[in-house]
Design a protein around this ligand. Structure first.
Ligand SMILES: Cc1cc2nc3c(=O)[nH]c(=O)nc-3n(C[C@H](O)[C@H](O)[C@H](O)COP(=O)(O)O)c2cc1C
Length: 236
């Protein structure tokens, strides 16, 4: 196989940077459908992500319509009834929050709640906001990403690269996404509905569709720390 030519000329940087910088977690979508051919093209493109020894450790379950409705309904019913026994099979974020992560988490959480009109102490409002995850924020396409449980931490890194490639590729098609760790506790519900084998851990979900630009939640464009706080440059 020979390597395809990449974008060239002055428009190349603009296109690539624009796709990366315009990616944001979108939490309200229009009902406009996304065609199967588009989903296939995005997934094939994302699978160009690198991985150790070319393992390609990602598994993706992509669905729309009836399957998506079944997934949403089953999880929301479990949540409404307070059903127990739904726990993620991996720890995504730290259990004991410490700085600077505590402050960053608080900042994004409150910014989002402000836009969604959820005030401090409004448990129903915050619960309803969390529930929006399980309808994929009304996106027409939902995905669940999994990884085989005997693979090591490097493969999880590879899966992350696949995920980011997928989200950036979606921008190239004028589409938007939201990665969703919120699905990881519900693997027992997802397995029979999507045919996910026991050897795979549910890592996250992904909403894919056309952003509803009029939705307040989508006004959030999160801040980043300045370069010197995370990069050390020498002899450059
Ligand atoms: C793997 C992963 C899982 C995430 N899970 C959720 C989620 O379940 N629900 C949600 O609303 N946002 C989720 N997010 C979005 C983050 O909150 C978001 O990436 C972060 O605040 C930075 O904002 P940005 O994506 O708009 O740049 C997730 C992000 C990643 C990378």
């Amino acid at each position: 196989m020979s390597r395809p030519k990449g974008p060239e000329g002055p428009a190349a940087w603009e296109a690539v940077e624009g796709a990366i910088r315009s990616r944001a977690s979108i939490r309200a979508f229009l009902p406009d459908p996304v065609e199967r051919a588009t989903v296939e093209r995005l997934l094939e493109t994302a699978a160009r992500a690198p991985s150790a020894n070319n393992h390609q450790p990602w598994h993706v379950y992509a669905f729309a319509g009836e399957t998506k409705a079944k997934v949403s309904e089953a999880i929301l019913v479990a949540r409404d009834s307070g059903e127990e026994g739904h726990e993620a099979e991996y720890v995504y974020a730290m259990k004991q929050w410490r700085e600077p992560y505590k402050a960053r988490r608080r900042e994004v959480g409150w910014a989002l709640y402000d836009l969604m009109g959820v005030v401090k102490g409004d448990y129903e409002g915050s619960r309803a906001a969390a529930d929006r995850n399980y309808v994929f924020f009304d996106a027409p396409v939902g995905m669940i990403l999994t990884i085989e449980r005997d693979l090591s931490v490097g493969s999880w890194m590879d899966l992350g690269m696949f995920l980011q490639s997928l989200m950036v590729a979606a921008r190239g098609m004028g589409l938007d996404t939201c990665p969703q760790e919120a699905f990881s506790p519900y693997h027992k519900i997802l397995r029979p509905l999507l045919g996910i084998p026991e050897e795979e851990i549910v890592v996250c979900g992904l909403a894919l569709g056309h952003a509803d630009e009029s939705a307040p939640a989508n006004d959030l464009y999160t801040r980043r720390e300045p370069l010197e706080t995370f990069a050390t440059l020498r002899d450059l």
